[in-house]
Write a protein that binds this ligand. Structure first.
Ligand code: G1P
Length: 293
């Protein structure tokens, strides 16, 4: 069994849908309740067993790397004032977990950003977590369970895994949409499912019009890849939006190796879009106020 311990979190986007909030603060550091959005995503990865996290960013994103490092001056200051518990709470990253950052160079798309992590990931298979999407961390253990399920499924059959969730018609144009094989094409009840389920997938369409969408199953932003996705990414040319799309490399991978989609349990929140971000903020804040966090 191959255990995956590496994950890539692309953080190179400018967050234009989050302006003016994201003008001088990376959108990944905007709060959801009492923590920055990316805090929950990193916790999710760690809870699923990830030990090495690679952030792919650019010069304006170094504050994210600092968030996961120890601020020695602040640490000393707090301990000097007897606030050891507060200082300890800031150093929550487990000792066996590393967070490193690499730069994307040119902003050529999500596929290009994932490829930029190759020098650190090397020969390992790896997970990708898109930090715009935050899974509900307040309902049971479901958050990490989704990624853990995908990691186990990969360990069993070495097929890359992609998490999907049923979305409303008006949201289809915002996501990569899965085309299932005919045998599984009736997805009408997947949103009711309380278990993860895996299906073979025939392909993906990136941000289709509703009329062209092959299903309502949207890519949520959690992937588990065999290392050879890097070879496909290296051969992928720009398409939708003039960008090198991860979705196109996945389509090439499907045709030669087979890829599975996993249906999501629990709820997801899109923190990359102003309206849904505000809804997510309210939900996270309400939960934390109720839990007296
Ligand atoms: C990306 C992916 C898309 C996926 C989405 C999830 O798009 O390309 O397939 O559904 O993330 O958030 P982006 O939102 O970065 O444009």
């Amino acid at each position: 069994m191959k255990k995956i311990t590496h994950a890539v979190i692309p953080v190179a986007g400018f967050g234009t849908r989050m302006l003016p909030l994201s003008k001088s603060v990376p959108k990944e550091l905007l709060p959801l309740g009492n923590r920055p959005a990316i805090h929950y995503v990193v916790e999710e990865a760690i809870a699923a067993g990830i030990k090495h996290i690679v952030l792919v960013g650019h010069a304006q994103k170094s504050a994210i790397e600092n968030y996961f490092d120890i601020n020695a001056e602040l640490d000393n200051q707090l301990r000097h004032k007897g606030k050891d518990a507060l200082a300890d709470s800031l150093n929550w990253l487990p000792e066996d977990v590393t967070v490193s950052m690499i730069r994307q160079g040119q902003p050529l798309g999500l596929g290009h950003a994932v490829l930029a992590a190759r020098p650190i990931i090397g020969e390992h298979d790896f997970a990708v977590l898109l930090p715009d999407v935050v899974l509900d961390p307040f309902t049971g253990d479901m958050t990490a369970d989704n990624l853990a399920f995908m990691l186990n499924a990969f360990a069993d059959d070495a097929h890359s895994q992609i998490l999907v969730e049923q979305v409303a018609d008006e949201d289809v144009h915002k996501y990569g949409i899965a085309q299932l094989n005919e045998a599984f094409s009736d997805t009408s009840d997947v949103d009711e499912a309380d278990l993860n389920a895996s299906f073979k997938v025939a392909g993906f369409v990136e941000k289709p019009n509703l009329a062209d969408a092959p299903s309502r199953l949207a890519v949520v932003g959690r992937y588990v890849f065999s290392n050879n996705i890097f070879d496909y990414l290296a051969n992928t040319t720009a398409s939708v939006g003039g960008e090198i799309q991860l979705t196109d490399a996945i389509d090439a991978l499907i045709s030669q190796h087979g890829v599975d989609v996993t249906t999501m349990r629990g709820d997801s929140y899109d923190a990359g879009d102003m309206r849904s971000y505000m809804q997510a903020f309210i939900y996270f804040a309400q939960q934390q106020l109720a839990n007296k966090e």
